[in-house]
Design a protein around this ligand. Structure first.
Ligand code: 4NP
Length: 156
């Protein structure tokens, strides 16, 4: 059995790729890459095909995380292909819930639900203000919490 996790933001070039790269890294460190698969997507289409923002690439590199991705837009099929669809801010959450087919069993919620000590439910958008390190800190906390949750929930 595989647990499938999709991270979603607006452009799929800053926050959700950061979340995907960091979570993929903690999953690898835990030796669970065969049991947990990870992807990311954006609600918008403007950046489809682009690699992550240089701020995201720089922070991941700085923290020793190897990561390759090309931006894509979320599709209705994703609601059948993923068990967890985790959003970065309230606007993403609203947009994703609006698209969600009635028969989807996916767990759709804010990624920061898994970062109890973060003090916020929204990952700030670094696209305009460059706060990529702050995004990394929040995403790292939530990645640890999500892994613990999945291990517990799925007996991994
Ligand atoms: P992201 O950041 O949703 O974290 O990938 C953004 C990327 C692009 C834009 C906005 C936010 N944009 O307006 O193009």
């Amino acid at each position: 059995m595989t647990v499938r996790v999709l991270f979603v933001c607006l452009g799929n070039i800053c926050r959700s790729p950061m979340a995907e790269g960091v979570f993929q890294h903690v999953v690898q460190e835990a030796g669970l890459s065969d049991q947990i698969t990870v992807d990311s997507a954006g609600t918008g289409s403007w950046h489809v095909g682009e690699q992550p923002h240089r701020g995201t690439r720089g922070v991941l590199r700085k923290h020793g995380i190897q990561y390759e991705h090309r931006a894509r837009q979320i599709t209705r099929q994703d609601f059948a292909s993923f068990d967890y669809i985790l959003t970065m801010d309230n606007s993403n959450l609203t947009n994703v819930k609006r698209m969600m087919p009635d028969n989807s069993d996916a767990e759709v919620r804010p990624f920061l639900d898994y970062a109890e000590d973060a003090g916020t439910k929204e990952v700030p958008d670094p696209y305009y203000d460059g706060r990529f390190e702050e995004v990394y800190d929040l995403v790292s906390q939530a990645a640890e919490g999500l892994l613990a949750h999945i291990r517990d929930e799925h007996g991994l």
